[in-house]
Write a protein that binds this ligand. Structure first.
Ligand code: UD1
Length: 321
């Protein structure tokens, strides 16, 4: 298949591009490099520097004709989205509208969309399945849910077929180190601890140790980025076979606490990892764990690299350089 990966130079996009190339697809990356990196586009992928807010440039690339589009171009910091909603609205919502309109005018019918567990908000039960109510607690999650609703309407009105992948906590790096661009100004746990291990940051702040969890720290469902990437390939291949849209969770179905991750990082890197406990971060739930039964059923997908040792060691391979 000939695939356009929008946002393909980012952390997740770089891994998606790699998996698509590995599966034998022809890949072009469209990215403005605002947070992505040129070196994340693995050999064999073509690169076009462009912005999703530039409707002319986007339209020209879309008009080249594609069997499928993968859309990962978005801002993703939940905290920042609460102080700069305009920025998130413009990029994540207007940008998605631009992509959908460009697809319609170029006659392209299939899209895989990067969504998030943040669409659920405060959880009412665990593990979270796709029937769980969607009430995002942060503006970032709202922008992703709006994009899903747009996909649904374009599906009804324009015959678009989509797969929205609701990622839980993406982590890790390609096991062979082929995607090596570090994230810029990370706020997520794994890259922050890696920066501490690599001496790029003094210490880790642990947000809360009084949650009703196994050790008091926050529990999340960490899913290896290569597992996430393989789901994109499966989603595109499924849409080529079936005229059907889909919304699915992607998680490992396991819960790891902040302290468990810190311990694993100390053991695997041999570094001390100075850490201090501070108060809870606003909007953080105690536990978030996925049910990925639907992804297993519809995509034949399962996380296979998402154990804590693989998550940490594959990240450390990149950061220790
Ligand atoms: C958030 C979003 C998620 C989004 C992801 C990507 C929500 C509910 N979740 O995940 O949808 O895709 O960001 O940006 O909006 N922690 C620390 N110290 C740190 C950083 C994190 O203790 O310096 C803790 C957090 O309190 C949490 C865990 O580590 O318990 C994971 O945090 P983080 O990596 O930021 O991801 P989420 O907030 O779970």
């Amino acid at each position: 298949m000939k695939v356009l990966v929008i946002g393909g130079a980012g952390y997740i996009g770089g891994h998606v591009t790699l998996e698509l190339l590995e599966a034998g697809h022809e890949v072009t990356v469209y990215d403005n490099l605002s947070s992505g990196r040129r070196e994340n586009v693995y050999a064999g992928g073509r690169f076009v520097e462009g912005d999703i807010l530039d409707t002319e440039g986007l339209g020209a690339t879309m008009d080249e004709g594609w069997d499928g589009v993968v859309h990962l171009a978005a801002f993703k910091a939940a905290g920042a989205s609460m102080t700069a909603p305009e920025k998130y609205a413009r990029n994540n919502i207007t940008g998605t509208i631009n992509i959908l309109n460009a697809m319609c005018s170029a006659g392209i019918k299939r899209i895989v969309f990067s969504s998030t567990a943040a669409v659920y908000g405060e959880t009412e039960y665990l593990p979270v399945d796709e029937k769980h109510p969607t009430r995002p607690e942060n503006f970032y999650g709202f922008t992703k849910l709006e994009a899903e609703r747009l996909l649904s309407w374009y599906g009804r009105l324009k015959g678009l077929r989509y797969t929205a992948l609701r990622y839980f906590n993406a982590a890790g790096y390609d096991l062979r180190g082929r995607v090596s661009g570090l994230e810029r100004n990370p706020a997520n746990l794994l890259p922050v601890i890696m920066e501490v291990a690599a001496g790029m940051r003094e210490s880790l702040t642990i947000f809360g140790n009084d949650y009703p969890t196994k050790d008091g720290s926050g529990v999340r469902d960490y899913v290896h980025v290569t597992d996430l990437a393989s789901a994109h390939v499966a989603a595109l291949e499924r849409m080529a076979r079936l005229d059907e849209s889909l919304v699915v969770n992607l998680g490992s179905e396991a819960g790891l606490s902040v302290l468990e991750i810190v311990e694993a990082v100390r053991r695997i890197t041999g570094k001390a990892i100075p850490a201090k406990v501070e108060g809870r971060r606003a909007g953080d739930p105690a536990r978030l764990v996925a049910s990925s039964a639907l992804a297993a059923e519809k995509l034949g997908w399962k996380a296979v690299h998402s154990d804590v040792d693989t998550l940490v060691s594959s990240s450390w391979n990149v950061y220790k350089r």
